[in-house]
Write a protein that binds this ligand. Structure first.
Ligand code: BG6
Length: 511
């Protein structure tokens, strides 16, 4: 019976939909950059290997440097061999790269776009790509404005009759609320919201998508997903990597803007949102934006009570000595940029009143791990009190990466004649249960943008609401910096972060 209801539901699209997209041309602005080499082209190759790409597709790399198609393809091949999820098959690669070409132009020269328009028309005729265009802004964010402006002036933004034209905007989407609004206005000047795809690659991660299924396809969890049963939630994103040569960007950004404004708040939204009216993009995004609106704002002195910021000092990662952030290349030796943030957030709505959400994110932490841990309330302390046994609370952990999966901690009686209670774990691993590798986030996101499905992309109001929340914290930080703690590289962050959880008689999970 429930499956009949689903079958007849017109809203059963969005996340549920998956078919081979229309033939199209993908134009990548900033095609000689890191993102194209490490993520986009390997993702496209993997899609080609899985037979998921449209029957006709062209990929045009748009960038400033002078190079031939052959040199461009050779560079992409070198990167794909290093970064592709699946090993490169020579024949398949040859076939795949025959659809790739290079278009040299300055970003601010209209002629370059006019020449591109002509070239795309010719390619459509030769390759049967039907005039469908997907423009990917993968250049530096300082180039977004001029690219959008020239796409508009050259008319490339306008879909031909019977075809479509879309834009994918890479992160960072602005650096604060005013700049995000400005960028949104620029995008809106050239493309409709339904044609706009703002990337947050965490939404493309398989386990992030599974949060909705876990919550709403299992009667067991949703019934308990509220302040009556849940004590608190911890969301952690830790990485051993340091700033990795990105100081130019990171010095101005810091962990709050780099990770919290987008990835961490998105995970929080998926965890906290109400059931959506359907699986279509807007129903899901409507619910996420409601969570952002319900976040208790952190301003002024409250910021220093509820947010801990810190920067990595020297230390060691996997037995290797690493430098302090301030000693990294191109970092100001007196920098107060945070590489770690821990905070307590409150979602002030009916479901979550009184349940703190703790988030923690940092570089140069001991392990690469992203997870959401839902800590349930304790059982009444009556039945087992006399035995002197302590009982651990139930914890449901959604492992976003690595070793994608879900585990549930429960209490069980240890075998034997006496009553001893020990925590045990029920554990589901994607790899072993489904026996196949999870696709990279960019594979899913590219395919969705080609299919016109914006479910896993951030909507304008979501991005702006998230900036509004984060800007208030940043603003408070501008007035002092004596709260900036230093943590040893390879540790789990500063002691101050532990104080946040201790106030609620909780403790950060050991990962
Ligand atoms: C990016 C940040 O968005 O996400 C990086 O700019 C960070 O600083 C990265 O390292 C983490 O992504 P992932 O997929 O490796 O967890």
């Amino acid at each position: 019976m429930p499956s009949d209801i689903l079958r007849s539901n017109p809203l059963r699209e969005g996340l549920a939909q998956r078919s081979i997209p229309d033939p199209c041309t993908l134009v990548i602005f900033g095609a000689t950059g890191d993102l194209t080499h490490r993520k986009l082209v390997p993702a496209l190759y993997n899609l080609a290997a899985d037979g998921a790409l449209p029957p006709a597709i062209s990929v045009v790399g748009f960038a400033r440097r002078d190079k031939s198609d052959d040199v461009f393809r050779a560079e992409l091949e070198e990167a794909a061999r290093k970064f592709s999820r699946q090993a490169i098959n020579d024949d398949l690669w040859k076939n795949f790269t025959s659809s790739i070409c290079y278009h040299r132009s300055e970003f601010d020269k209209l002629e370059g776009y006019e020449a591109l328009a002509k070239r795309l028309d010719e390619m459509d005729a030769a390759r049967g790509t039907g005039g469908n265009r997907l423009f990917y802004l993968a250049a530096g964010p300082d180039q977004f404005e001029v690219i959008l402006e020239n796409l508009r002036k050259s008319g490339l933004n306008k879909a031909r009759p019977g075809a479509w034209s879309r834009v994918i905007v890479e992160k960072p989407f602005g650096t604060d609320l005013p700049s995000a609004k400005r960028l949104n206005d620029l995008v809106e000047n050239a493309f409709d919201e339904s044609e706009t795809f703002r990337i947050d690659h965490y939404l493309g991660k398989e386990t992030a998508q599974n949060i909705i299924v876990l919550r709403f396809a299992n009667a067991l969890f949703e019934a308990m997903w509220n302040s009556r049963y849940i004590d608190h939630v911890q969301i952690t994103a830790s990485e051993p990597l340091g700033v990795e040569g990105r100081a130019g960007y990171y010095e101005k950004s810091g962990a709050l803007r780099d990770m919290v404004q987008n990835h961490l708040l998105q995970l929080l939204c998926l965890t906290a949102m109400e059931p959506p009216a359907g699986l279509d993009a807007d129903s899901i995004r409507d619910e996420k934006v409601k969570v952002l609106r319900s976040l208790r704002p952190l301003t002024g002195e409250d910021v220093f009570k509820h947010v801990v910021r810190a920067q990595y000092g020297a230390g060691s990662i996997n037995g290797k000595r690493v430098a302090a952030y301030r000693d990294e290349l191109n970092v100001n030796p007196e920098s107060v940029t945070e590489t770690f943030v821990a905070m307590e957030l409150n979602v002030d709505n009916w479901r979550w009143a009184g349940v703190p959400f703790f988030i923690r994110v940092g570089k140069r932490l001991p392990k690469a791990a992203t997870e959401i841990a839902v800590h349930f309330k304790s059982v009444p302390p009556v039945l087992f009190r006399a035995t002197g046994e302590s009982i651990d609370d139930n914890v449901l952990v959604i492992r976003i990466q690595p070793d994608e999966g879900i585990s549930l901690r429960m209490s069980a009686k240890m075998p034997g004649s006496s009553l001893r209670i020990e925590p045990v774990k029920m554990d589901f691993h994607y790899g072993t249960s489904f026996g196949k590798a999870t696709p990279e986030a960019y594979e899913r996101l590219l395919l969705d943008a080609m299919s016109g499905d914006a479910t896993l992309f951030a909507r304008r109001d979501e991005v702006e609401q998230a900036w509004k929340f984060v800007d208030a914290i940043h603003e408070a930080w501008q007035h002092r910096s004596d709260d900036l703690a230093v943590y040893t590289s390879g540790s789990w962050g500063p002691g101050e972060a532990d104080e946040l959880t201790k106030r609620h008689e909780a403790a950060w999970r050991r990962l």
